[in-house]
Design a protein around this ligand. Structure first.
Ligand code: NAP
Length: 257
């Protein structure tokens, strides 16, 4: 087991990619704190239409330990509480996966300023908050892995103004934090997923989904477990000398010029 008895927080882990990461961590022996707005998994229009089992229940069915902490990652007090509850329950914190993210489609002309602020709060500001409260515990544990989930949209547009901007910013935030904490053996890395089958795709039209299918080089879309396996690698001893890096996991979506 690559993460035996490691203690991990995964944000946005009730649904989609975060759930996939939490379950792969559990299979590798980690104790996983599921941080999300609600415990029930989200049911999507296209994907996870029948999902009902909360992530912690699924973790326990795998023989591992889990804890749900209701958290809005955009709120400072709730992120502080998340870290405190994790350490109170499991005695330490070693891995943080900043996965919670939202996309509000629109254009610069039509999008309300409040929507821009909301996307940036969840997709970017929250990563500063988890770093602020988690890093002291990672140092104390003498083992630290921070993993941010960005997107292939770190590299280009087409997803609306705040989403692409926030995902590019996450890549550089990780590099900056990596410089802060590297001397203590803590790594900070980014995973940039391509099209993954989750409820976040509800805003897309069937024609847009077909276009993404054409662009994905591999013969299937990604699944949450594909990102989960990459996260296990970055969270494990195998990746101890990788930091400030971004790993594109996209089935070839951005391989073509
Ligand atoms: P998802 O299916 O919508 O799941 C996201 C989860 O995060 C949901 O459970 C959601 O809760 C939760 N969440 C939203 N806002 C939150 C907040 N303020 N505090 C705590 N939890 C919050 O999305 P996903 O596809 O798994 O996406 C996960 C991450 O991967 C995001 O950062 C996304 O940008 C990134 N990503 C996804 C894809 C893809 O193709 N799926 C591609 C590239 C990058 P509610 O359901 O209650 O809103």
């Amino acid at each position: 087991m690559k993460l035996k008895d490691r203690v991990a927080i995964v944000t946005g882990a009730s649904s989609g990619i975060g759930r996939g990461i939490a379950l792969e961590f559990a299979k590798e022996g980690a104790k996983v704190v599921v941080a999300d707005l609600q415990e029930k998994p989200k049911r999507g229009k296209y994907y996870d239409r029948d999902l009902a089992t909360p992530t912690v229940t699924a973790i326990e069915e795998l023989g591992a330990e889990g804890l749900f902490v209701q958290t809005d990652v955009a709120r400072e007090d709730e992120v502080r509480n998340l870290v405190d509850r994790t350490v109170a329950r499991f005695g330490k914190l070693e891995i943080v996966v900043n996965n919670a993210g939202i996309n509000v489609p629109g254009t610069s002309e039509t999008m309300p300023v409040a929507d821009w602020d909301r996307v940036l709060s969840v997709n970017l500001r929250a990563l500063f908050l988890t770093s602020k409260f988690a890093i002291p515990h990672l140092r104390a544990a003498h083992y630290g892995r921070m993993i941010h989930i960005a997107s292939v949209h770190f590299r280009g547009g087409s997803s609306g103004p705040p989403y692409a901007a926030s995902k590019a910013a996450v890549v550089n935030l990780a590099r900056d934090t990596a410089l802060e904490v590297g001397r203590d053996g803590i790594t900070v890395n980014v995973i940039c997923p391509g099209f993954i089958e989750t409820p976040i795709q509800d805003y897309m039209t069937p024609a847009e989904i077909e276009a993404a299918r054409q662009r994905t080089v591999m013969p299937r879309f990604g699944l949450p477990r594909d990102i989960g396996r990459a996260a296990v690698f970055l969270a494990s001893d195998d990746a101890e000398w990788i930091t400030g890096a971004s790993l594109v996991v996209d089935g070839g979506y951005i391989a073509a010029i």
